[in-house]
Design a protein around this ligand. Structure first.
Ligand SMILES: [Zn+2]
Length: 159
């Protein structure tokens, strides 16, 4: 990799650390010409590893830029949040799809994006679902459904 300061073609890896939870490696590189030290991350590229299979059966290439934009649009209530978080949220979606999916479809991308947003910002997840016409099952808080309560025994609760 060339140097980000002087564009000399040779840099050496001074230190590296694999991430234990994500498929990525952190590296500190040093330019052999000017001595500049900079950080790089190596992570799987979904675009290079898995085609996105469209409903027509045609294969498309995963587009991280497109995903960043669609995530940003879900933050109309907090544009500042989008500026700081859209990139890594999109990368989280990409990493999840890289490691968990056999084939990737536009529906997988939408479902994973929604799940990632839901963990980060509930309102963004709701907006994303509306913008992508996702059908989301809403669980009512504090009111378990009959199925969740289990079979009825006919017994009164003991004191
Ligand atoms: Zn340099």
């Amino acid at each position: 990799m060339f140097c980000i300061n002087c564009f000399h073609t040779n840099t050496k890896v001074a230190n590296s650390r694999p991430n234990k939870k994500q498929p990525s490696i952190w590296r500190r590189r040093q330019c052999t010409h000017c001595g500049t030290i900079f950080t790089t991350y190596e992570r799987p590229s979904l675009a290079d590893n898995k085609p996105v299979v469209l409903p027509s059966g045609k294969a498309d290439t995963f587009n991280l830029g497109k995903l960043i934009l669609s995530i940003s649009k879900a933050f109309t209530h907090a544009p500042h949040e989008a500026e700081y978080n859209a990139l890594w949220l999109a990368q989280t979606v990409e990493d999840t799809l890289s490691t968990e999916q056999e084939i990737v479809t536009p529906e997988d991308i939408e479902a994973t994006t929604h799940a990632v947003l839901k963990r980060f910002d509930e309102l963004a997840a709701i907006q994303y679902a509306a913008q992508h016409q996702l059908i989301i099952s809403l669980k009512r808080r504090g009111r378990p459904s009959l199925r969740e309560r289990g079979p009825r025994t006919g017994e009164l609760p003991s004191r």
